[in-house]
Ligand binder design. Structure first.
Ligand SMILES: NC(=O)CC[C@H](N)C(=O)O
Length: 310
């Protein structure tokens, strides 16, 4: 069981970063997300997998959105191996927004450039083992329960439904991928699984614990057991560095310099190799879809505690 305690130094940093929230906007293309409070910011830092330091209201729940892409990638790699996964999705950053379709058409073969953009994530999700949507989602949830030690984590039905009903761009990406044999099977089933995966609900403490396992080479300290094989933990951290913050990944690598993944709910999960896992929630987003105050907070954490891996 992980003990979390409020930390004064972190509180001050959260206070400072909070002043940036008015410059951001909550995501509204998924209608259910438009009700999030743009004025909040919370932080949890896990340094051992068993203790954690917090600031702000870390009991607030939010959906993983694109942060789930890291977790499904780990599971798909465990299911299909590197060759299986990377025969359908590439390893290169795109420089385009996360939901862009353009490179699918201008690149040949039309396999998505990486698993952190929506096209690549849809391809990865289509590779999860299981014969039904429920079975695949159940395996993903069990994996997240192992990573966090929190077996109550599930998905938010309202957010999943709200995205499913409006996900026409993601639908287009999926149909394009099917036409080009990158994915097989029923597109609607894939969309159901993908939107449920994105709607998995956590708080910052859960996120910090997952981030810690990834930082700790895939080993869960409480059980001292690898939950993610070492080589897969390395692969996902590398994608977090090269593509984790969408088309802001280059600037983020310079200003913060840690493997991290954001989602349009305002969550950011950062894994500082061998040191710490960080979970942040701040739903006001910048124009690229990253938590505006969350990015500032990570920048000051990185400077103050010398976190950059470069
Ligand atoms: N960047 C994100 O967090 C995007 C995730 C979201 N569910 C989508 O596909 O649009």
């Amino acid at each position: 069981m992980t003990m979390c305690q409020d930390n004064e130094a972190l509180k001050l940093m959260v206070q400072e970063a909070l002043q940036y929230t008015p410059y951001g906007k909550v995501a509204d293309y998924i209608p259910a997300l438009s009700r999030e409070n743009p004025g909040t910011l919370s932080l949890a830092v896990s340094e051992s997998g068993t203790t954690c330091a917090t600031a702000g209201d870390t009991s607030e729940m939010f959906t993983l959105q694109s942060i789930s892409k890291v977790i499904t990638l780990a599971l798909a790699l465990m299911d299909q191996g590197e060759e299986g996964v990377f025969s359908r999705v590439g390893m290169e950053p795109t420089g385009d927004p996360f939901n862009s379709i353009i490179k699918l058409e201008t690149h040949s073969p039309s396999k998505p450039l990486n698993p952190m953009i929506n096209a690549g994530a849809l391809a990865v999700t289509s590779m999860l083992q299981g014969s039904t949507v429920d079975e695949k989602l159940g395996r993903l949830l069990t994996f997240i329960h192992e990573l966090t030690g929190n077996t109550s984590i599930t998905y938010n039905e309202e957010v999943a439904r709200s995205e499913y009903d409006t996900a026409d761009l993601n639908r287009s990406l999926a149909f394009f991928l099917k036409q080009h044999q990158v994915i097989e099977g029923d597109v609607e089933n894939l969309l159901e699984l993908y939107t449920k995966q994105c709607a998995i609900e956590v708080n910052c403490q859960d996120l910090a614990k997952m981030a810690y396992v990834i930082a700790n080479r895939g080993i869960h300290t409480a059980s001292d057991r690898p939950v993610i094989p070492l080589h897969i933990a390395r692969i996902i951290k590398t994608f977090m560095v090269t593509c984790g913050m969408y088309n802001a990944s280059g600037e983020f690598a310079i200003k913060v310099g840690v493997p991290a993944k954001s989602g349009v709910s305002g969550g950011i999960m950062a894994s500082i190799p061998h040191k710490a896992g960080i979970g942040i929630y701040g739903p006001a987003l910048d124009e690229k879809g990253n938590s505006i105050a969350g990015m500032k907070l990570l920048e000051s954490l990185s400077q103050r505690y010398d976190l950059s891996i470069f």
